[in-house]
Design a protein around this ligand. Structure first.
Ligand SMILES: Cc1ncc(COP(=O)(O)O)c(C=O)c1O
Length: 336
């Protein structure tokens, strides 16, 4: 373990570790992943990642369990989602096995950066896929680099299981209905900054609506939206949102708890009928939403000033699996 890191005050910030893992691909053939201390790329200035945004990434975590064992949560899902993002941007997908090998190697080489149990911190992995072919004419390249960047992190929202206020923005869209919203690609995030940065400056986060009608909830800035209405777990169905692995897991746990799980278009105005709402994702796990501000219509939807009982139960159920405090009956964790 590293002595100069205060695990309990770590935020969602990059902390340098010993090694990253890299693998290159040329004309459809992937090389074996290797660990290196070199965190810099020797990249051509005309690489398709730089010129045309041919880039995709992922985010997943390893946890130190209550039993001292190390668990990587659902990395296969991240591998599959990255393959979808790659296909969406005409990149050669990273084979699932290679993805897993690279994550395990990154963990093994940086095991001293895995935060101890009980600190709330985890070891986060940021897999990255970039186009490296030099090109001037618009089009995809044929050479790629896959990189796994590890970093110990604390909670995404300070205060761990605390409420966050969201604000709606009808003047900036995150992704078009048939654009790249369902892929985890850098361009979606760069195009969101015009909405997320002003929201952050006001102490809030941004809730994106469907880009066509601005009527339905799409997703939170870097997380899916979930709402609790009676005994129903509601989450948006939209072609423009990222299929969250946390949301997928919570839907399973919600069914286990006897809740009705519904994925459908959700009107913004339905917020007034919800007892609980939250953003969910790998980084924040579940971040309850206390209110949503709609400045265009002068409306504030007050949801719940405290984290509600259903979301609290779901949060605990998921974290119990990730930290090995309960049986992993869905086989979501790989124990290393
Ligand atoms: C736009 C967006 N939506 C949803 C999520 C949540 O996805 P996951 O639960 O797989 O982390 C993320 C984070 O990865 C995201 O960036």
């Amino acid at each position: 373990m590293v002595n100069n890191i205060d695990w309990s005050t770590l935020g969602f910030h990059y902390t340098e570790t010993d090694c990253i893992v890299r693998a290159a691909c040329h004309d459809g053939v992937w090389e074996e992943p290797y660990a290196t201390k070199n965190k810099y790329l020797h990249l051509h200035v005309s690489a398709t990642a730089l010129q045309y945004g041919q880039e995709a990434f992922e985010g997943l975590k390893a946890f130190r369990g209550v039993d001292g064992k190390v668990r990587i949560f659902r990395w296969q899902e991240n591998a599959k989602r990255m393959a979808e993002s790659a296909k969406g941007l005409y990149m050669t997908p990273v084979p699932v096995e290679l993805f897993g090998k690279a994550i395990r190697l990154a963990l093994e080489k940086n095991i001293k950066y895995l935060p101890p149990y009980g600190t709330g911190a985890t070891l986060y992995f940021r897999p990255l896929l970039i186009g490296t072919t030099p090109r001037l004419g618009v089009g995809p390249g044929t050479d790629f680099e896959f990189i796994v960047i590890p970093s110990p992190i604390g909670p995404y929202y300070p205060g761990r299981f605390h409420c966050t206020t969201f604000i709606v923005n009808r003047h900036v869209d995150r992704a078009a209905p048939f654009g790249t919203g369902q892929f985890k690609v850098g361009g979606n995030y760069a195009s969101s900054f015009r909405a997320t940065e002003p929201a952050h400056a006001m102490g809030m986060d941004c809730l994106f609506l469907d880009a066509k009608q601005h009527k339905y909830i799409d997703e939170c800035s870097a997380a899916n939206f979930i709402g609790i209405k009676g005994d129903e777990y509601l989450t948006p169905r939209s072609s423009a949102i990222l299929p969250s692995i946390t949301n997928k897991s919570l839907m399973t746990l919600a069914k286990d708890m006897g809740l009705k799980v519904t994925r459908r278009k959700i009107l913004l105005s339905e917020l007034s009928e919800m007892q609980e709402a939250a953003a969910c994702g790998t980084a924040c796990v579940i971040s309850p939403i206390d209110k949503v501000v709609d400045p265009d219509n002068g409306i504030t939807y007050n949801i719940s000033s405290e984290p509600g009982p259903v979301l609290t139960e779901l949060y605990n159920a998921l974290q119990d699996i990730q930290y090995g405090r309960t049986k992993d009956k869905h086989h979501w964790c790989e124990i290393i």
